[in-house]
Design a binder for this molecule. Structure first.
Ligand SMILES: [Zn+2]
Length: 415
């Protein structure tokens, strides 16, 4: 795809806004240094964001002599964003102000068997309605809704191309949601959303090269490479969960055998537990959340079956993450999503040891392995940033219709 001057301008405006959100209050000089844009370009973009009331002037920086520098900060009440995390077992929705602080949240359980698109759409619509009502904001202030759905998605058309857990093929998800939700909608998947959340606000802040490993029902890796989010040619990069770790191994829900996900996804962990002890009290048939929670309690209580299940899982997980370390030489590997959050530090400790057994010493020495420090749902946060990016894009389109956009601005690295 050819990037037009309008795309570059939108990307630059987004880059400046995200810097302001991450480090309010800040000066134009600091923004120029952080983005690599010229001071003149930053000043123009700051002017536009002021006109849009997304940011405000907040006084001057204390300076010992010299001209005082004007400071700008995000105008938190200048709009609201909604992030939707559709997962196999739940729908989480969070409503944010423009500073990306959570104002309201809602959660719906997706029960086994509730896999029809209409059922999932019903949960999303109910939760979105709930957060808007809770926050008590006017609908007009909602700039957009970012929606994350597992599997492969086409961002341009809003189609869920393939969601293995529900056997969805080419579901026109955004079209179905539009019947219930009046705000602009933007679709992507949890790998992208969690990678962006870590890069803006989490463990990958300031890292040009990071891997965000999502451990939930599904498993995958969000990739930040060379300072930008890596999507691949058809937005499906990072499907690490469906790389083969055991030839002719366990059947995976993608239909192939021996995938990473079949061993370290929530249902893979349940199968490992069942193989170790078929009548274990830790097992809650048909309930992944209850089983993983019980396993986490068992690990903390030094239950031998729980410890063995964790160790067996980490044998595969460690080897798989070592592949990511060798391939991408990241500065940080972040363990994210609900299974990682439930198992917590005992998981990270085991993973560090296991990765060190498989990865090459040089990339291993350069890599930190940490839990996601984001206290709320990182996927909702990342999805909300997609809505923000989309909102800036539509502003750009409206402006271009009025005036021909000047072509002379340098490109900031994509977020
Ligand atoms: Zn698979």
């Amino acid at each position: 795809m050819k990037r037009t001057s309008r795309d570059i301008r939108t990307a630059n405006r987004y880059e400046v806004l995200r810097q302001i959100i991450a480090s309010s209050p800040t000066s134009r000089q600091e923004l120029a240094a952080a983005t690599g844009l010229s001071l003149a370009t930053v000043a123009t973009l700051v002017g536009e964001l002021l006109d849009l009331r997304m940011i405000t002037e907040v006084g001057f920086e204390d300076s010992a002599g010299g001209r005082p520098r004007g400071l700008v900060a995000v105008n938190a009440s200048g709009g609201a964003l909604i992030g939707v995390d559709i997962a196999e077992t739940y729908v989480h929705v969070e409503l944010f102000d423009l500073g990306l602080n959570v104002l309201a949240r809602a959660e719906e359980d997706v029960r086994p068997g509730e896999s029809l698109p209409e059922q999932v759409v019903g949960h999303v619509a109910a939760a979105v309605g709930s957060v808007v009502a809770q926050a008590g904001i006017e609908g007009a202030r909602v700039l957009g809704v970012g929606v994350s759905v597992p599997g492969q998605v086409d961002r341009a058309t809003g189609i869920s191309e393939y969601a293995p857990n529900w056997d969805w093929h080419d579901v026109p998800l955004l079209e179905l949601l539009t019947e219930h939700i009046a705000y602009p909608l933007y679709l992507d998947n949890p790998l992208r959303a969690s990678a962006v959340a870590e890069r803006w606000f989490g463990a990958a802040r300031g890292s040009g090269d990071a891997v965000v490993v999502n451990l939930g029902t599904g498993v995958g890796a969000g990739l930040v490479l060379g300072g930008g989010l890596h999507r691949g040619v058809s937005n499906s990069a990072g499907e690490w969960g469906h790389t083969t770790i055991v030839l002719d191994g366990r059947l995976c829900r993608c239909g192939r055998h021996g995938c990473v996900e079949a061993y370290v996804g929530a249902s893979g962990i349940m199968l490992t537990l069942r193989e170790l002890s078929a009548d274990s009290a830790l097992l809650h048939p048909e309930d992944q959340t209850a089983t993983i929670d019980a396993l986490a309690r068992g690990v903390r209580g030094r239950d031998p079956v729980a410890l063995k299940a964790l160790r067996d899982t980490v044998r595969y997980l460690g080897a798989g993450i070592a592949d990511l370390v060798n391939l991408f030489n990241p500065e940080v590997v972040v363990l994210s999503s609900w299974v990682a959050a439930a198992l917590g530090e005992p998981l990270v400790t085991e993973v560090r040891e296991a990765v060190a057994r498989h990865a090459l010493p040089r990339p291993m020495a350069a890599t930190r392995i940490v839990l996601s420090p984001i206290p709320t749902d990182p996927v909702c946060l990342g999805a909300a940033t997609f809505a923000l990016e989309g909102a800036l894009q539509s502003v750009g389109q409206r402006q271009t219709k009025r005036t021909a956009a000047p072509a002379r601005s340098r490109t900031a690295p994509p977020s």
